[in-house]
Design a protein around this ligand. Sequence first.
Ligand SMILES: [Zn+2]
Length: 232
Amino acid sequence: MGETGPKRWGQLRPCFGLCDEGEAQSPINIPAEAQPIEIPIEIRYEAHALRIENNGHSVQVIPDPGSSVIFEGRPFALKQIHFHAHSEHTIAGQPSAMEAHLVHQDAEGQLLVLGVLVEEGQSHPTLRRIFSLMPSVPGERVERQEIVDPSAILPSARRGWMYTGSLTTPPCSEEVRWVLFSEPIEASREKIAAFRALYPHNCRPTQPLNGRSINGGLIPATDTPRDDGVMS
Ligand SMILES: [Zn+2]
């Protein structure tokens, strides 16, 4: 992956050390035997004018303040939505075409990320608009009067897996609460290709569980992440 690829992050800057040394990192592989459960979440998103930024690592949608979720009884504000290709999380070792990350933060600074897998299939009206308008130059921002509803990016079933991990980009900060929904959403082959043309491989390889539990249940017996050197 060259000079600044995921395997080098720990050496780039001292504050990125967790990327190398952290024991509770993301993404992870969800083993086949980990059954999805009902996620204790209430979505309180509000539609907002479309605002898309190319931040040099991904394309992110910036909502207006006011969208939030109640997760495990606590409010978390929606900060931004960005995308990876392929997916960062894998299920039984298999990546999806893409993954959306809806990043939230509570009043104490605790982060909660909702991960939504994206498979190739039907055109998705909201993703179609985002990937049609996304700016191609890092630092560029596009604003439109048209309205998007962040809840359109979530699957209809609120089932999935929960665990505690990290940011998947430097500084790889830990203590991030993760929800990965088990039901994927779909986007057209054309729009997935449009995102990949900008960011052909902005996904971090899966990281070892190191004894962490998924859904608060038993620690999976098989913890075999993909080879760190292979970003498939
Ligand atoms: Zn992400």
